[in-house]
Design a protein around this ligand. Structure first.
Ligand code: NDP
Length: 457
């Protein structure tokens, strides 16, 4: 028995409408659920068991949402209060896994959108990992090391009781890098007396994995290589714009250069940097990763580079997307590439948009890019290298071994090739060859939904 078109459309629309009614101010979550559910239509038409088992209604509600107070003392001995979150979204195919974000914009809607996307991303890796996300509206910028330490300790004072190496394993995300993971891990260890793989992204001298730092950026470029190969092109010689200059952006730039492509621009929350002959990775790393500094200082070292502060961007645009390039790698944050940006990219002949950040492209921009023949690599597939390598870190922790950089990098590349293959072939199976959004969403969803059905109500 198959469902008919109207029935499926009404089912999807009803679930999306209910999400808006029950979670009125969670705009990013509305966007993420709309993007996924709308692309599942061909699957629901062909296989009615998902409707019969109320899978959509179930999958859009987290299994558990934890919201908690985080109070900590600043350097002036004043008590500061933030909100902490952990959304354990779905554990049908494995333990909860997903990063922690510390950024002033964090709210429940943002954590839910990230946790929801994480379900399908993790499923698509082919590994056994469920979906979760967490974080806080704490802003690490401008804080002393002592303040970051005290915040992380207070955050973990509540979080520790909800996580564990066979239960929920958080990692980093925006504002949570090696320093924060180390402080969080130290406090978890004090509270529980356990030295186990409860967090990933750990330092190499206390259980971290080689190549985890590089993994999301490298993986994003490996994915782009696969997309280009499917249209008989190669990455060598391509000019690229990579937004952001954090973890994902930096290692995207490094891998692009290794493969003979040229990254000409990057950005941060204050402005955009353009270097026609190619950005210098080591200098960028020193400024942003080591010194947590300002991108503008790059121009003091390379006088032929150009810095454009945010205040000079044309209205409603992000300057980086008006710079001509063959490949755009949005790798900073959500909704950083809008319809105006998409039009600028197309006018300058962009070939591929490869999402390094989570949901960086608005729904309107995505539609416009695709309608105009631009290749599109969605985040759930293109940036899955980070979480996949986190799982490799967990595997090394539990078996007490350490793999070399080359071994981990090779496994990462194989995983990214596998993700591309699954997304590409799924799209083909459903009559939409080349539509990687549909292929990614259907392949990621199917595995989780089938596990939910098998496991009962
Ligand atoms: P980082 O904190 O290391 O870097 C974020 C970068 O984006 C910084 O350059 C920051 O600028 C910029 N940025 C952040 N918010 C804004 C904003 N509102 N407007 C403009 N620029 C902004 O984070 P990551 O590199 O780890 O994460 C980037 C993206 O990739 C996120 O969407 C994250 O969810 C996603 N991701 C990360 C993974 C990982 O392994 N790290 C895995 C999968 C996805 P500034 O320096 O000025 O703050």
């Amino acid at each position: 028995m198959t469902s008919n078109n109207n029935e499926v459309r009404q089912y999807i629309d009803k679930v999306l409408e209910d999400i808006k009614i029950k979670n009125p101010s969670e705009y990013e979550f509305h966007q993420a659920t709309k993007e996924v559910l709308s692309s599942l239509k061909p699957l629901l038409l062909k296989e009615p068991r998902y409707m019969q088992n109320s899978i959509l209604e179930r999958i859009v509600i987290p299994e558990r949402t934890i919201i908690f107070r985080v109070s900590w003392m600043d350097d002036n001995h004043k008590i500061q209060i933030n909100t902490g979150y952990r959304v354990q979204f779905n554990s049908s195919v494995g333990i909860y896994k997903g990063g922690l974000r510390f950024h002033p914009s964090v709210n429940l809607g943002i954590i839910k959108f990230l946790g929801f996307e994480q379900i399908f991303k993790n499923s698509l890796t082919g590994l056994s990992i469920g979906g979760a996300k967490g974080g806080s509206d704490f802003d690490p910028k401008g804080k002393s090391d002592g303040e970051i330490l005290r915040f992380c300790q207070s955050f973990m004072n509540e979080l520790y009781r909800h996580i564990g190496s066979t239960k929920d394993v958080p990692a980093g995300d925006i504002g949570v890098g090696g320093r924060e993971i180390a402080y969080l891990f130290g406090q978890y260890k004090k509270l529980t007396g356990l030295f186990d793989g409860v967090l990933t992204g750990k330092g190499l001298n206390y259980g971290g994995s080689m190549a985890r730092t590089e993994a999301t950026g490298y993986g994003s470029v490996y994915f782009a290589q696969n997309v280009l190969k499917s249209v008989n092109k190669e990455i060598k010689g391509m000019r690229c714009c990579v937004s952001g200059s954090g973890n994902v952006a930096l290692y995207t730039i490094q891998k692009l250069h290794t493969l003979g492509a040229v990254a000409v621009a990057c950005s941060d929350s204050k402005g955009t940097l353009y270097h026609e002959n190619g950005l210098d990775f080591e200098t960028l790393k020193e400024i942003k990763e080591v010194n947590h500094g300002d991108l503008k200082t790059y121009t003091e070292i390379f006088e032929d580079s150009i810095y454009t502060p945010k205040e000079h961007y044309a209205q409603d645009t992000h300057h980086i997307w008006s710079i001509p390039c063959d490949i755009a790698f949005p790798s900073a944050t959500q909704n950083e590439l809008n319809l105006h940006d998409a039009k600028n990219l197309i006018a300058n002949g962009v070939l591929l948009v490869n999402e390094g950040a989570n949901m960086p492209t608005t729904l309107e921009a995505t539609k416009y890019l695709i309608e105009n023949g631009v290749l599109f690599a969605p985040a759930k597939a293109a940036n899955a290298g980070g979480v996949a390598t986190s799982q490799l870190e967990m595997a090394q922790n539990s078996s007490m071994v350490s793999w070399s950089f080359e071994e981990v990098d090779k496994k990462l590349k194989d995983i990214m090739d596998g993700i591309f293959k699954r997304a590409y072939e799924t799209a083909k199976e459903f009559g939409c060859e080349g539509d990687l959004i549909m292929g990614t969403n259907i392949a990621g969803f199917k595995k989780v939904a089938d596990a939910m059905i098998r496991q009962g109500v």
